[in-house]
Design a protein around this ligand. Sequence first.
Ligand code: BGC
Length: 460
Amino acid sequence: MNNSATSYRINYICLTASIGGLLFGFDTAVISGAINLVKSQFSLNAILEGWLVSSGLVGCIIGVFMTGILSDRIGRKKTMMLAGGMFFLSGIGCSFASSMTPLIAARVIGGIGVGMASVVSPMYIAEFAPANKRGRMIAYYQLAITIGILLAYFSNALLVSFSQNYFENVVFIWFFKEETWRPMFLALSIPSFIFLIMVMNVPESPRWLVSINKREKAKKILNSVRSPLQAAAELQDIENAAIKSIDKKISVLDRSIRLPLIIGIVLAVLQQFSGINAIIYYGPSIFKTAGISSNNALLFQVIIGAVNLLFTFVAIRLVDKYGRKFLLLTGLTGIILSLIFCGFLFYTGHTDNILLLVLILIFIACFAFSLGPVTWILINEIFPTAVRVKAVSICTLALWIAVWIVGQFFPWLLEKEGAAITFWIFAAFSIINFFFSLKIVKETKGKSLEEMEDVFVVPH
Ligand code: BGC
């Protein structure tokens, strides 16, 4: 294959896998528009409402565990297909749920899809991408998450507006007009179905194939995405690394894996402790606390979503050129400053002006080109193939537990301590992240996954 054909194919493969991120973003965001409608339909009390929101997270944790076991056994491709199937089932299940029990069950299934996709999609991309483009290709996955979040907002808003103004003569009038939360969930089935079909047409990860001794198949696949010379050299590296790890029998509990594991877990948790999801999902209520009219809530959510999406392109362009650490440190500087200043605005009561919106947008923009994509990139590239799935699952699990902690404590913190202290707490965690990234994280730009083992894995 010539250069442009291989580059087209590798882009197609990585973009397909990144749709897992879109489903993850959509599934986690769709609930924000549906929750009030479901609440009034089933007259939910606070406990059931809490269950409905956290059922997705319970599913995520199950999904991450399942992927840790499955994707080494059945391969990355089949695991992605399974994740797609979960999203599809969840969309259908939620939309036809007759009561809370099936609705929560279907949300758990969707959560399992999110958990699975959040491990297998970026890992598959990392294993496929050429070393000099790996950063940008894993950033596609982050881009897809942001598109998924935005799509969910749009689809929710569109369905609400249609249910108020149109849908007079549709057959399932109760479904579209009277119980609009149903089509909101159903919308997830469309991209899930597209994902399923597209994943059927991508090849298996050559690194996984080598790990189960299917060398010839791995060779054929590598030849379709690299020049013949590159393919031969890469296959050799993968095989050498595989032999080395069999000799050393490395396991995820080994001392030699401790450094990358600490880096992955700390980055995952601190990504969430920057407060990103509090701002994405509670943004409108933060503005309300600040005295800004709630009529504009959706508009603000869409602006935040759009800035998040747009600035991910900065990471796509720069991450393989200037490196992971450069983006992390510049982004974190912006994140820390904007959080500290937001805190001051609340502390001094000067929140009723445009400055608050500007600072929040600076925060989002900085997250989008640094902490968002770079966390996923590093988690997925720093582990040796022999322990990659288990180690990535552990880090991703830590990330989801951190999502849960922020979701539980943010509203409480906001009410008890006020917005200023809350912003400063997020700033304090980001300062820790800055020094951790400066001192402990190592640069991985341009290195192959096999070379990475020499950078991070400490010899016995
Ligand atoms: C984070 C998500 C977050 C998203 C926002 C991702 O990197 O892991 O928790 O919702 O970025 O764009």
